[in-house]
Design a protein around this ligand. Structure first.
Ligand code: ZN
Ligand code: ZN
Length: 512
């Protein structure tokens, strides 16, 4: 039985915020369970479903409570302001008691604002199939990957499954007061309890948390390698714009410094490194030194570095399935493709490392097992005798032969030797490719800023999407550049239009 099949037959646990998503007028509360089960059955999920309905049940009608409990829905009383926090504590506890494969469903309108960050990180470590229902669609994309997002009312009006026999759900079908940790077996005793003085006193004396208690923000940094990853490959994508080689530092020390830091945590797998930068600006002795230690050198311009890196790590993932470690040395990589990584990590399970030139202000939604400051990482194995005073012609001979490749990620070409590579960077073809890219990104940025300025009323959901759209455009552009046949002027996408326009403009000038 494959993992996917196992999950489809595994338990399904549902946490339902009845304040956000009440049973709409005109819909019988008896429909809730069969509708949820019907939704899952349609998607091929056949496991037993347990449902917990959270709310201030002093306000819920007896008719609804009876309908819910008679269909095996557990009723949980909690003050409204604590619903999310308490639901989340219960989810975390459930995850501890119920290892995957299993399925979680959350019925809430607070996925984006409350649950998204912590749940995204939890899911990167321990992956469950996740489903969402809400009465209002989230106004921006979630980083937590949901297999399906239902509209609550639509789900309730959809296909219904036959109600599970009460024997399967009897354990759950109770009335529970969270504040008093009290189970009531009948609706009568539950209603009676909620009106007692003791209950009112407990609500004052033992208030439940109102804010979500993050589980993952306390997770430390730089964990020792787990056996799965200890000997696995490590690939490093290094953004030299953000994290350059410090003045006076011997570039030959980069690889041993990184490897030394990995070894300290127990990682001994083969390390490959690609150094992205504007290598017309990088001293040749650094390029030769990097290459002599087997580091691949990749020439990019700032406009395309993240689309090229992103293309490269996706290709690398195709050739190197997990377990393996991916490392990003960059301050901005997360901004450009962090969300894509977070989504991927909820399925792929690569081990992640990061390094940056300064500590980010906010903890990332991307779950890593180790993070370093670039300068301190380089210092790991630095000794005075390895530090060159400055680049000189003779140092090129001293650093030894190249073993890494030299890539031009603008023209998608590569050279084995440094001098051939440097020659390429000064060819007409290369320079015109750079002009096409720079000019089209310049036009694209004007187009985007006009587009957003012209909008009189800026829709919040659009602002939320804006960065994502820009990122998509970058990626789109990179896809275009790889496809030499796609030069259609009539395409609707502005990026493609600008690339096409600039390509034609520059080739006309070249031939004229
Ligand atoms: Zn109580
Ligand atoms: Zn080139």
């Amino acid at each position: 039985m494959s993992g996917k099949d196992a999950a489809k037959r595994g338990k399904i646990a549902v946490w339902w915020d009845m304040k956000d998503c009440p049973v709409p007028d005109g819909i019988d509360a008896h429909r809730v369970r069969p509708s949820i089960e019907g939704g899952f059955r349609e998607l091929g999920y056949s496991g037993p479903v347990s449902i917990r309905a959270y709310g201030d049940h002093k306000q819920t009608s007896e008719h609804q409570l009876r309908a819910l409990s008679s269909t095996g829905v557990a009723v949980v009383h909690i003050r409204s302001e604590s619903t999310c926090a308490v639901m989340y504590m219960d989810m975390v506890k459930w995850r501890e008691d119920n290892p995957p494969p299993a399925t979680m469903m959350i019925i809430t309108n607070q996925m984006l604002d409350v649950f998204n960050w912590d749940l995204s990180r939890l899911q990167q470590r321990t992956f469950y199939h996740l489903f969402l229902a809400s009465s209002v669609r989230p106004r921006a994309a979630l980083t937590v990957g949901c297999r399906k997002e239902w509209l609550w009312e639509k789900l309730l009006l959809g296909t219904t499954a036959a109600v599970t026999s009460s024997a399967d759900t009897a354990d759950d079908a109770v009335f529970h007061c969270k504040t008093c940790s009290l189970d009531c077996l009948s609706l009568q005793s539950f209603k009676k309890h909620l009106s007692t003085k003791n209950h009112a006193l407990e609500e004052v004396l033992r208030p439940q948390p109102k804010q979500l208690i993050s589980v993952t923000s306390k997770w430390g940094k730089n964990y020792a390698a787990t056996p799965e990853y200890a000997a696995a490959k490590i690939h490093v994508w290094w953004d030299m714009f953000c994290c350059p080689i410090p003045d006076g530092y011997d570039a030959r020390r980069v690889r041993p410094s990184l490897e030394g830091a990995f070894k300290e945590l127990g990682y001994s797998g083969h390390v490959s490194i690609t150094a992205y930068g504007d290598h017309k600006q990088t001293p040749e002795c650094h390029l030769q030194a990097l290459s002599s230690t087997g580091i691949d050198v990749a020439h990019v311009i700032p406009e395309v570095i993240y689309s090229r890196m992103s293309r490269d790590w996706k290709t690398w993932q195709d050739d190197n399935p997990a377990p393996a470690t991916m490392m990003f040395i960059s301050d901005d990589a997360e901004y450009f493709f962090g969300d894509t990584l977070v989504w991927g990590q909820q399925n792929n399970k690569y081990n992640l490392f990061r390094a940056y030139s300064y500590r980010p202000l906010k903890m990332s939604v991307l779950l890593t097992s180790a993070e370093w400051l670039w300068d301190s990482l380089l210092a790991v194995s630095e000794t005075k005798k390895h530090v060159l005073r400055k680049c000189s012609g003779s140092s090129i001979e001293r650093v030894g032969k190249s073993t890494g490749m030299f890539y031009c990620k603008v023209c998608f070409t590569k050279r084995k030797l440094l001098d051939k590579f440097m020659k390429h960077l000064w060819t007409f073809n290369h320079i015109s490719e750079v002009s096409i890219l720079s000019l089209s990104f310049f036009l694209l940025s004007i187009h985007l800023s006009n587009h957003f300025r012209e909008k009189q009323e800026v829709d919040i959901s659009e602002l939320g999407q804006r960065n994502k759209n820009q990122r998509l455009l970058y990626l789109e552009a990179s896809v275009f550049l790889n496809d030499k046949f796609l030069t259609d002027f009539t395409t609707e996408t502005p990026t493609l239009f600008f690339f096409s326009f600039c390509r034609k403009l520059i080739s006309q000038r070249a031939s004229g």
